[in-house]
Write a protein that binds this ligand. Structure first.
Ligand code: ADP
Ligand code: MG
Length: 235
């Protein structure tokens, strides 16, 4: 299913938020490295997908009405066997029922547990004057409290991607410190450029958030993804 089919499906349902499953699917098609998420519509299906994926896995609520999944108890990480998956499934459904009773729920997403890396964020928003703008920052509290982020206007050149990563105050964290290996900054540059390309080719995308992207000694991968579409069909 290409991005157009995903967009059409969302439009038929009169929604602008693509779920994590949908977002990662279209991003993967664009060559962006993601932890693939598969939709499970029942507890039994969640357990069987988990076995196929291989433990440990992560379960997350799959809903086009829920933007911040962990805020409502909709993310369970490090599930080591089928019975933990079943328990997590029940807990997620109970949490949604309590906190977001009106939400449309597709089921849960099941995905491999990513190995720990340096948490970064790659995002896109549209500026009234400049159009699509790419944001880069370090994840977690650094971005939430310190707003340590940098921006560049689409389309980005390799030079822009290089500079925007080095512009953030937290850049030394990516260079490695206290025996931590340096992160693969080249892989982050590649991902930024692919995102720039992807949003340029798809003006229907209003906002995009890869949060977090784990950076490793070798490579980088988007662990969570969210795409918001333009509301009007003209986009
Ligand atoms: P949301 O941002 O909607 O609350 P996330 O998908 O970002 O939900 O999950 C919350 C946190 O759980 C992430 O920031 C990350 O630390 C952890 N996490 C999510 N998915 C994975 C995964 N596949 N592997 C490892 N950790 C994960
Ligand atoms: Mg997230």
């Amino acid at each position: 299913m290409g991005i157009q089919a995903t967009v059409d499906a969302a439009r038929r349902e009169k929604r602008v938020l693509l779920t994590e499953v949908e977002s990662k699917q279209v991003l993967e098609e664009a060559g962006i490295n993601v932890i693939r998420a598969r939709l499970a519509r029942s507890m039994k299906e969640a357990a069987s997908i988990a076995r196929e994926v291989g433990f440990p896995v992560v379960l997350k609520v799959a809903s086009p009405d829920i933007v911040h999944k962990s805020d409502i108890g909709g993310v369970k990480v490090g599930l080591g066997n089928a019975s933990q998956v079943s328990k997590a499934y029940r807990e997620i459904m109970a949490a949604v029922k309590e906190k977001e009773p009106k939400a449309t729920v597709h089921g849960v997403s099941v995905q491999a547990m990513a190995k720990p890396g340096v948490e970064t964020i790659i995002g896109m928003t549209k500026d009234a004057q400049f159009g699509p703008v790419i944001m880069f920052g370090l994840g977690g509290i650094l971005v939430e409290i310190l707003k340590d982020v940098s921006f560049r206007i689409v389309p980005l050149l390799r030079k822009d991607a290089r500079e925007m990563i080095r512009d953030i105050k937290g850049y030394p964290v990516l260079e490695g410190y206290r025996g931590q290996p340096p992160s693969d900054v080249g892989a982050l540059e590649d991902m930024i450029l692919k995102v720039s390309d992807f949003v340029e080719r798809n003006p229907v995308i209003k906002e995009l958030d890869l949060n977090p992207v784990f950076a490793y000694k070798d490579g980088a991968v988007a662990v969570d993804a969210r795409i918001v579409l333009e509301a009007d069909a003209a986009g």
